[in-house]
Design a protein around this ligand. Structure first.
Ligand SMILES: C[S@@+](CC[C@H](N)C(=O)[O-])C[C@H]1O[C@@H](n2cnc3c(N)ncnc32)[C@H](O)[C@@H]1O
Length: 411
């Protein structure tokens, strides 16, 4: 397609996006799934226009760069990581004065690192559009750097730039060494950290990474407080168990969005200790937590829903089957397993919508030998775990990036 044709296509979407902004809609925080139905319609419409705009703009960029420069630009992400690491490690965003900006000299003093390399590293961030340098030697916030004032979001940057990147660089070595690609102790992470434990057990023994990872999960996993399943089961006595619920952010959101539902957060003992402190007094009784290793028999019997948010993608099929089978002694007729994850399309395309899914898939591969799954993969998984799991349903919400994958227990 010609540059002009692409630009015209982009202009069409740009006008739609501008009309949303002109209508006074907040386009800065589309991540939320809460809110009135008109908000959801807006998000759906906005998302569609935005996706088309991003895809067209990306195609324009590919053509404008030309093949070699395009590849070179994409290869630069490893080098950019130095800037991302520094932003997190030296806690730069809150150190930059929001009104006046802050000099590199001051930032270096506050961070306790030499000024010259820090300035070079931060100037690279400016070339990425994160921060500005309004006058030589001064770093100032812009809209993108301001998002990093959220400590959870900054932790996400730290977790990706400091931790995940190490696993990624050893992923191929791990595949060559352990071609079965199944064990959580035989992946890029295992080589990078010389660990004999699976990733989350390693975190349990290393509270600093565990805290960073917990905050990172909280920053990116948009809540699933919406969707009829929670409203349908919201009656006195109803229980949902959030298996591997981390710091309880999802359970708390669901408790807030319902009236009666009791939410039980389960995780490894170290995480549960942190979660206990996160539950606010007004949710006591509605949200509680307990230690539960999901590779052992489920202790909470007869729950209405056993919920797994971004758990199964951490594990290869053999381990997911163990996790599902450990529920069987606890389930009553009609107990529903609800999995919240991305769905992988069968065919790859150069589309923005697939970007994060495919990146997450490779992260799962290098962090645990886990994977993101297609619809067919999910059906196969439940069937292999036990024939008594009912037909697998997929509830897609166009206003979120995630899907609920449901199966009802029919003994
Ligand atoms: C990717 S995080 C997902 C957290 C949360 N469900 C969410 O969506 O944000 C995976 C969680 O599984 C927990 N986990 C890992 N292995 C576990 C095990 N064997 N038993 C229970 N929880 C485990 C981790 O501690 C972590 O909180």
């Amino acid at each position: 397609m010609s540059f002009t044709a692409l630009a015209e296509q982009l202009l069409e979407e740009a006008k739609k996006l501008d009309s949303h902004v002109a209508a006074g809609r907040d386009v800065s925080n589309l991540a939320t799934t809460a809110g009135a139905p008109d908000h959801k319609n807006f998000v759906v419409q906005f998302k569609e226009s935005r996706e088309r705009a991003i895809n067209t703009a990306n195609e324009f960029l590919r053509q404008a760069y030309g093949p070699r420069d395009y590849v070179r630009e994409k290869l630069s992400s490893g080098t950019d990581n130095i800037s991302f690491q520094a932003l997190y490690r030296y806690d730069i965003p809150p150190k930059v004065n929001e009104k006046t900006g802050t000099t590199f000299t001051d930032l270096a003093k506050q961070a306790g690192v030499p000024e010259e390399p820090l300035a070079r590293i931060l100037r690279n961030a400016v070339t990425l559009g994160i921060f500005e340098e309004p006058s030589p030697g001064v770093l100032a916030h812009n809209a993108i750097s301001r998002s990093l004032l959220d400590p959870y979001w900054l932790s996400f940057m730290g977790f990706v730039a400091q931790d995940l990147v190490k696993f990624h660089t050893r992923a191929l070595d791990a595949i060559e060494k352990w071609p079965a690609v199944s064990e959580p102790t035989e992946c890029g992470f295992s080589l990078a950290y010389q660990s004999k434990d699976p990733l989350f057990l390693h975190f349990e023994k290393n509270p600093e990474i565990a805290m960073r990872a917990g905050k990172a999960f909280r920053a990116v996993h948009n809540t699933t407080d919406d969707g009829s399943i929670w409203q349908e089961i919201d009656r006195p006595g109803a229980v949902m168990v959030d298996v591997g619920g981390g710091h309880g952010h999802i359970a708390m959101a669901i408790a807030r969005a319902t009236r009666h539902l009791k939410c039980v957060v389960e995780d490894l003992p170290g995480t549960v200790e942190i979660t206990k402190k996160e539950i606010p007094p007004e949710l006591e009784g509605r949200v509680q937590c307990q230690a539960q290793d999901f590779f052992t028999e489920q202790q909470w019997k007869g729950a209405d829903v056993y919920f797994f948010s971004k758990i199964m993608h951490d594990w290869s099929d053999a381990y997911c089957i163990k996790i599902l089978r450990n529920l069987i002694p606890a389930m009553k007729e009609g107990s529903t397993v609800v999995v919240n994850e991305w769905l992988v399309p069968e065919q790859a395309r150069a589309e923005n919508a697939q970007r994060f899914i495919r990146l997450a898939d490779l992260t799962m591969l290098s962090a645990h030998n886990g994977k993101e799954r297609t619809k067919g993969d999910w059906r196969k998984l439940f069937k292999e775990a036990d024939e008594r799991f009912g037909a697998v349903e997929f509830v897609e919400w166009p206003w979120t990036n995630f899907v609920h994958i449901l199966s009802v227990w029919k003994p």
